[in-house]
Write a protein that binds this ligand. Structure first.
Ligand code: ATP
Length: 246
């Protein structure tokens, strides 16, 4: 059995939810959760984690962040990437300068607000990945937001499924980890509330791993709904100034 490298979340408890050492390459992971549950923060953490040097078992790679809901802030990403690389360097016991600019350059940010812009982004994504072969993570935050308006339910289903299939193909072909977020509404639950809720099992099959994030006060939890290692793992994590931590 070969094990591909994975992208750590910087929380061991959370890592174990996704399989073994974090988010898997060659696979499509869905992060589900209510607003504020930490989906965007986790995506930003993963975009930082993917930069970890090879000498520390990292991928020394780049990330593509597709922002459909203008949740991303460069300031917050800089905070997370600097703290996370610094933490790695301390482990290496060779504190060198963190080059903020270098770290920021290794994140390819696309603002894809609105359905048209989102579809255009999805269309050009294989080309972007081709042009930047060191991209090992694609984060789409969120994949469902563009579909909230301006499209009929049946059109939405067809389009979303084609795009998910394309993402899965890209993940496999280029050995990339694809992470998509899916926000649930506060009023309704997992099965009926979200854009994909009504798609049910067919949607779940499209994802290689699905993790539900939630928070109660300062307690943050992750429940694995599906993964290579089977479902039902539960993890705990914190969101700190430095990013995602145990
Ligand atoms: P939405 O569906 O609205 O996009 P989300 O699931 O993406 O929500 P995030 O934006 O990832 O949620 O998480 C927001 C949470 O992250 C808040 O609870 C906030 O307290 C926490 N947070 C953000 N920045 C920091 C920080 N610098 N230090 C500590 N916690 C932070």
């Amino acid at each position: 059995e070969t094990s591909l490298p994975s992208i750590p979340t910087f929380s061991q408890s959370l890592d174990s939810c996704f399989g073994n050492n974090g988010i898997q390459l060659c696979s499509l992971t869905e992060l589900l959760g209510l607003p504020g549950s930490g989906k965007t923060q986790l995506c930003m953490q993963l975009c930082a984690s993917v930069q970890i040097p090879k000498i520390l078992g990292g991928l020394n790679a780049e990330a593509l962040f597709v922002d459909t809901n203008t949740n991303f802030t460069a300031g917050r990403f800089k905070e997370i990437v600097c703290a996370s690389l610094l933490k790695c360097q301390r482990l290496l016991d060779s504190p060198t300068d963190i080059k903020d600019d270098e770290a920021l350059k290794r994140l390819h940010y696309i603002n894809a607000f609105g359905l048209e812009k989102f579809c255009a982004t999805m269309y050009t994504m294989p080309k972007v990945v081709e042009e930047h072969p060191n991209i090992k993570l694609i984060a789409i935050d969120s994949i469902t937001f563009p579909f909230k308006e301006g499209i009929s339910p049946s059109q939405r289903t067809g389009l979303l499924f084609r795009q998910m299939a394309e993402l899965q193909r890209l993940a496999l072909e280029k050995q990339i980890a694809v992470v998509v977020t899916n926000e649930m509404s506060t009023r309704v639950g997992l099965s009926t509330g979200s854009v994909v809720g009504s798609l049910g099992d067919a949607w779940a099959h499209r994802c290689n791993a699905r993790v539900l994030l939630s928070s109660e006060g300062r307690e943050r939890r992750a429940v694995c709904l599906k993964s290579n290692c089977g479902p039902n793992a539960v993890g705990q994590f914190k969101i700190t100034e430095e990013g995602i931590r145990d």
